[in-house]
Design a protein around this ligand. Sequence first.
Ligand code: ADP
Ligand code: MG
Length: 472
Amino acid sequence: MTTFADLGLSPELLQAVEAAGYTEPTPIQAEAIPAVLMMKDLIGIAQTGTGKTASFVLPMIDVLASGRRRALMPRSLILEPTRELAAQVAENFEKYGVNHDLKMALLIGGVQMGDQVKALNEGVDVLIATPGRLMDLFERGKIMLSACELVVIDEADRMLDMGFIPDIEFICDKLPEQRQTLLFSATMPPPIEKLGKKFLSNPKRIEVSRAASTNENITAFKIPVKTREKRETLRWLLRNDLVETAIIFCNRKTTVRELNKSLQSHGFASGEIHGDIDQAQRNKELQRFKDGEINILVASDVAARGLDIKGVSHVFNFDTPWHPDDYVHRIGRTGRAGAKGRAFTFVAPEDAEAIENVEKLTGAVVPVFGKKDVRIELPKTEPKPKREKPKQEDRAEDEQDEAPQEKPKRSRAKRDDPQQDERKPDNKPRREKREPRDEEPRHRGRRNEDDEPVPAGEWNGPKPGFLGVGFD
Ligand code: ADP
Ligand code: MG
């Protein structure tokens, strides 16, 4: 068995790794670390949550340990697609670099430039940046990239897709010819990999698991459901699938907003994050989620990549994502670092094509959630099949969700997204287990079987249509 000590890392680094609590390298770490130390260009592909960050940050620290920093001329660069992810990688850098004298600057949008400029003036060893802010500072003459000899493009397939590629080309053009370049992701569509190769020279390709394969610690299901039954189905699962902490992804920002409101009105402790929320608010919501003040985060794909939040037990795809790679990343917010997770994907008729694409990409049919997968005890005798009467207001909201909207072409919001940091190690999911029935507000003048007390852990009607068979 390979140990960290076998990989050629310095004693200072081994100490930091031990302090982080890691006992052995993950497969991508075991393969990538020696290659990076040998100054090779790399394409590194490994499943979500398997430690890709340390696989480049650790060897970078040792490579940078010798050499001198100079004003305005960073020695290395890590590019990330969102501000939150950039901030998270910066935290990783600090954690692993505790025993080294290295300076880092985090260049992300949505915050003042002052401190970033100051740090650059003083000289940095590593820049961690989203492309938009990096380009802004470059254009203002606050930074030179000509001494940047080690470059990481994390979430590389995302960074090289249509939304970001002009920025990446601009940036790479300013970098020295002679440099080491590393690309990492859990997904890597072949045309994008081909494109990526023009930024690399003679790269070593490390694929510890087939690109776009999902992490085996995630138990995934799909649920055929009518569009207007998505919310009811979601509430049922939130109450009955032993959910501790969940991220719920929607395809549209309007759906994120409306679903969050709806969940809150049903008593759930939820928050939201998407690209239209200002940075300060986005940071706040994410922090509340990490701190356990809320245990449900409704999100757009801005939260799909890279975020490593402890204790996320569930991911829900309220809509099947349009781009199948996003499926791999979304569900990859759970099942990280060896933990188990569950992922549910709602498949309404309009999601049919999207789920086919997901299954084609991942190479596996996602099983339909059935009675055997239910985690509470179902009554022996079937409850009378009875449909929950849709509440007036729910109906209206749900119909809005259904309103046909153009499926956007793959030109995602470019220039960066927001912020954020890793959780404190000691903050477990903390709210007490909710009584399944407590969050339904009682003042709605509605009577259904929810009003009858049911012993905890027992079937808490209504009989969800999705446990029958699909959309009838
Ligand atoms: P990826 O980029 O592959 O999705 P991350 O780099 O975000 O994964 O790491 C996922 C989690 O695994 C993080 O919480 C990290 O601290 C943890 N981790 C990384 N390397 C190890 C290791 N060797 N042993 C145990 N945990 C690790
Ligand atoms: Mg990552």
